[in-house]
Design a protein around this ligand. Sequence first.
Ligand code: ADP
Ligand code: 3PG
Ligand code: MG
Length: 411
Amino acid sequence: MKNGGRFYKKTMSDVPLVGKTILVRADYNVPLTKDGKISDDFRIRQSVPTIKKLLEYGCRVIIISHLGRPDGMRDMRYTLEPAAARLAQLLGQDVRFIDECVGHKVFMWTKRAPQGSVTVLENLRFHPEEEANDTEFARQLAKQTHADYFVQDGFGVVHRAHASTSAITAYVPSVAGLLLEREVSTITHAMKEPIRPLVAVLGGAKVSDKIPVIKALVPIADKIIVGGAMANTFLAHDGYAMGKSKVEDGMDTVIEDVYARIKKKVGNDKIDGFLILPVDVGSGTSLEQTATRKDVTIRGIQSDAYALDIGPKSMRRLIEEVARAKTVIWNGTLGMCEVPAFRAGSVALAEVLTGKHAPDSIIGGGDTTDFVLGWDSKKGANFPYISTGGGASLELMSGLKLPGVESLLDA
Ligand code: ADP
Ligand code: 3PG
Ligand code: MG
């Protein structure tokens, strides 16, 4: 994937950094194991160049992020302390962790933090004000950290208009970090004049987030292949009995809208050839690591079973379509990859994307990235471009504006 031209927002290189206090918004929303360990540190690793650059300038670096969806509560399963520890290892220097993101402790520590120091503050989403895009909370973040500049580098979260992505930019001059700049330039450039056919493969579980994006992708993509719980929601809408499968309710109107747009684009009789849903699934009755799989057609899903992967026939179709594509965007695993028996669909796709004559591709999504990095013998280097963004990369690819980018100073 090639990088785009000059970035349209001010970046770190447009402001005088020497000796300054810099508040960096990172996206350390990393996947965790059941016992709370970081299962993949890709997003933390990708934040390192920005932090190192700031340290070269003798800055005091204060990092803020969210992790998970603790719903405004202080839920210690989502503490950023392990992320701070991982960052210290990656930087090879001490990282101070403060167990709050606003308040007296933050004020006192950041006031006397030495030049060249790195501090990580506690999860922003322990405060409901973060997701509410609250101006007073944003003001506190800016003022209590003594920030001279705000650097937005949390590409994965810039599709949200939250206090740390939107409101904060009113209180401190705000510019793009290196990761944000690279992600936005690369993805925008790739989608400007994509080499066709362009195939979008969408899966995963954040259905209500991603279905509206499908709508925006209809005019852009040549085909859309759907798997994961996203496919379950479409199949349920189409009248199939999905047993105990994960299906998101309340999606009928937007699914109807997706179908209407496809019909307008390709005609009523070609809908199936444009939006490709599974015709069979890997089903199971347990979600344990040792679970076994039974492949059934979408008419044969038992009432006590979950559809947890695409089936073999659907995999063959997927491989065919992707092999014919010139550009592929993939977001959302095609099954429950955390369980070995339900990885096959995602493995099949990863194989085509790294095989001989593979199309160019952009992969996004926290869990999708986690899966491909774990699967790949070269930790992701066999893929053309792996984005740190999930919803953010999808929205950007769909041509939507990202609030966390738009709010930065214009170049
Ligand atoms: P990403 O993080 O890549 O954006 P999502 O968060 O939307 O993707 O979805 C990833 C999650 O979807 C994974 O944790 C996976 O277990 C889950 N998933 C995928 N397919 C299914 C399915 N058929 N049933 C239940 N969960 C699924
Ligand atoms: C992501 O993982 O997509 C980002 O960190 C945003 O997380 P969210 O979907 O919980 O807002
Ligand atoms: Mg996810």
